[in-house]
Design a protein around this ligand. Structure first.
Ligand code: 4NP
Length: 157
């Protein structure tokens, strides 16, 4: 079974949404997978996702209300096959904790799944308005489509 970790800064906006979207897509496709999310910071440990994220996700039929924030730790390199980060700050923070090339190779900017080699960021919506949350949903929905389809191909192989 593939194990996928989604990572952002606070683990209350972008990465729990990515976790929820990918879970809903893989459940619909009957793909057996372990999905989790974490933040590089300790700012929001133990908190549920931001209410603006929960509301926006619900509008799209995705429930993230019961998820709880935790901090990324070096052990995560042992427990996950793939670590998708939301932006270049998350990338630098996670890679700085990697112990070897095998760890480092697990880390990928999530929008590179849609726009290869672009290193585009999923913009941090925390200090902005509603539209920022909708924009994040649209970007992560596209990325999770690509990830789910790729998992489906592998599960058939
Ligand atoms: P996230 O958004 O990294 O997508 O969960 C943020 C949440 C909280 C903060 C920044 C970004 N903060 O500074 O508290």
């Amino acid at each position: 079974m593939q194990r996928i970790l989604m990572v952002c800064l606070g683990n209350i906006c972008r990465s729990p949404l990515a976790e929820g979207i990918l879970r809903s897509k893989t459940e619909a496709l009957n793909i057996d997978i372990h999905i989790d999310s974490a933040g590089t910071s300790n700012y929001h440990i133990g908190e549920h996702p931001d209410s603006r994220t929960t509301t926006n996700a619900k509008k799209h039929g995705v429930d993230v209300s019961k998820l709880k924030a935790r901090q990324f730790s070096v052990d995560d390199f042992d427990h996950f096959d793939k670590i998708f980060v939301m932006d270049s700050f998350n990338y630098a923070d996670v890679v700085s904790l990697s112990r070897n090339e095998n760890d480092r190779k697990k880390v990928e900017m999530i929008l590179n799944t849609v726009y290869p080699n672009s290193n585009m960021n999923v913009p941090d919506p925390y200090f902005g308005g509603e539209q920022g949350f909708e924009n994040v949903f649209i970007l992560l929905d596209k990325a999770c489509d690509v990830i789910a389809n790729s998992l489906l191909q592998h599960s058939k192989a």
